[in-house]
Every structure is written in C-alpha cells, then in structure tokens.
Ligand binder design. Structure first.
Ligand SMILES: Nc1ncnc2c1ncn2[C@@H]1O[C@H](COP(=O)(O)OP(=O)(O)O)[C@@H](O)[C@H]1O
Ligand SMILES: [Mg+2]
Length: 297
C-alpha cells in the first residue's frame, strides 16, 4: 500500500441503508485542507446521513471514511476531538443568553477559560452587544451565528455545517455566508450541505452533487460549468434578480459583524448539536440509525 496523504476528509465506497431504503450506494470524495466543500442534494438525498457518519453519530454499512486520518468507525474519539458539527436545527438554548450558551459549551468542552472564550466568540461573531440578551430574542441569522460560534469552541480543524441557511431570511443567509468564508480564511476545513445551488456557487471551492446515493459530479464551479460545453454568446436583456432588488431596497447586510434586529425565524429543533458531541458519551457502536433520526419537515 502506498503512503497516503492525511486529508481532512476522505470517504471511500460508503454505503448506508435504513432497512430497505438504500440511501448511500457507494459515496467517494476527498476534501482538501482549508477548503470549503459543498455537498449539494435535494431533500432526502442523504446529506444528513453522510454528515452523521462523518461525525461518528451513525455507522456506515460498508466502505470507509476518515477525518484527519482517523477512521470514523474505529477511532471515533479522535475524530470527535477534531471536528465540530452544526446540525440542521440550531443547538442554541433559548432560555440562556448568547453569552451563557457559549460559556456552557466551553465548560462542556473543558476549555480552561470559559468566560474569556465566550467573550472572544461574541466579539468574533458580532454578538457582543447581544451577548447579554436571551437567545430567544435573536434573529434567525444571529442564532445561526451563535450556533456556529458554539460549535467552534475548542478550535476544531474540520467543521460540518448541515444546511446552515435553511429557513433563514436573506439577511441571515448573508450573515452565515460571511461567517463560513471567514472560517475558511482562518484555515478551517468546511464541509457544508445545502439544497441551494446559489449557496454552493457562492461559497464552495468544490461542489459535489449527491444524487440517488452517489456523488454524480464533483469539481470546482468552473469544472461543473464546463460539463455543459463551452459558453455560448447570446444577447439577452439582463434584469436584476429579486435578490438584487431586495438588497437595494432594504440595504445590504454584509459581514458577520452586523446584526439584524428582527423576528426569530429559526425554531430550535431536536437536531444533533455540537453540544451533543461535547457532552454525550456517544460510542458509534451503540448508535443506530433509528436513534438518530432528525425528522425534517
Ligand atoms: N433513521 C432513519 N430511519 C429511516 N429512514 C431514514 C432515517 N434517517 C433518514 N432516513 C431517510 O433517508 C433518506 C435520506 O435522509 P437524509 O440523510 O436526512 O437526507 P437529506 O439530509 O439529504 O435531506 C430520506 O429518505 C429519509 O427519510
Ligand atoms: Mg438533511
């Protein structure tokens, strides 16, 4: 066997079924260090299933996957120490303030100075002013940012974001996008799942499309566009998109540092959270698919 480069994420021939439902039918891909990899797929394509396997919360039926060179099935503890997971539903506790949420996670992760880390995270994610407010009062974008901040405590080198912008309003989406870009700028490897084509286009260094249990294409945006042949020159009337109009009218929100007051658009659900990873003694061998279903609407 040749010596293998240690990649942040490596997936080979992964298969997973729930009873008769074959969800993953042999998934292969690799993610390069410090890059943003988008796993694109429609509802039910198997994105969450794949992320759960990589995060050691679910066992594959066959194939293999490693994170930072650690096998997800046999070295789950090492994997969990190098990752964070932000699930499809936020892990934010509404009753606590933003700051208290951060302190709680920092304590669960046994970082030496929870208060200080909480303040640093509030600052980094533009939540200092909101830090003393209950999370219940946050907008959807603020909650997501807090959720991502919580998942980053302990400085994981690989971050999984499962549909980070589903259910967010346009401002919230922009805020999360800025946060994800900032993560990659700092050298964190990001695997995000999305069902939004524009999100993959905006954020990802590489895009893989998961369809009927397999990765059917995997490449840069440019490579994917080349699949349809050389660009054609056409004369068309270019109208602004609704998004252009929206932001022109309401004023564009850019950067994680700005906050948008508003409604709380993102109800907390029963999803898997970074706190689960930190607190629960989850041995992958004990975990079955049935335990871990996060039902989506
Ligand atoms: N624990 C489970 N038991 C049975 N079926 C499941 C379970 N979890 C997910 N599924 C089914 O597997 C398929 C893939 O689900 P999922 O990985 O959540 O897809 P995605 O995240 O891409 O929407 C769906 O058809 C879903 O209903
Ligand atoms: Mg999902």
């Amino acid at each position: 066997m040749t010596a293998q480069l240690v990649l942040p994420i490596r997936v080979q021939g992964l298969e997973k079924s729930y009873k008769n439902l074959k969800v993953l039918r042999g998934v292969d891909f690799e993610v390069q260090p410090g890059s943003i990899f988008a796993l694109l797929g429609s509802n039910g394509a198997g994105k969450t299933t794949l992320v759960k396997i990589l995060a050691t919360l679910l066992r594959a039926d066959s194939g293999s996957a490693s994170v930072n060179g650690f096998d997800v099935a046999t070295q789950a503890k090492n994997v969990r120490e190098s990752i964070s997971l932000t699930g499809q539903f936020t892990a934010v506790d509404d009753i606590l303030t933003g700051r208290e949420n951060l302190v709680m996670v920092a304590k669960l992760r046994h970082v030496p100075n929870p208060q200080e880390i909480a303040d640093q995270m509030l600052d980094r994610f533009g939540l200092t002013e909101a830090g003393a407010r209950r999370a219940a009062t946050y907008s959807g974008g603020m909650r997501r940012r807090l959720d991502v901040a919580m998942s980053l405590i302990g400085s994981p080198s690989v971050v999984f974001l499962d549909e980070p912008t589903t259910g967010l309003d346009p401002e919230g989406r922009q805020e999360v996008w800025e946060t994800v870009k900032e993560l990659a700028r700092r050298g964190t490897t990001v695997l995000l799942t999305t069902q939004y084509l524009d999100e993959a286009e905006e954020l990802a260094d590489r895009i893989a499309i998961l369809h009927e249990g397999r990765i059917i294409v995997n490449g840069t945006l440019g490579e994917l566009q080349e699949l349809l042949g050389p660009p054609k020159v056409e004369y068309v009337e270019v109208k602004p998109t609704l998004e252009d109009v929206y932001f022109a009218v309401v004023g564009r929100v850019g950067g994680a540092g700005k906050t948008v007051p508003g409604q709380n658009a993102d109800p907390a659900g029963a999803g898997l959270t970074s706190a689960d990873l930190a607190s629960a003694d989850l041995r992958s061998a004990d975990v079955t698919g049935a335990d871990l279903t996060s039902k989506e609407q």
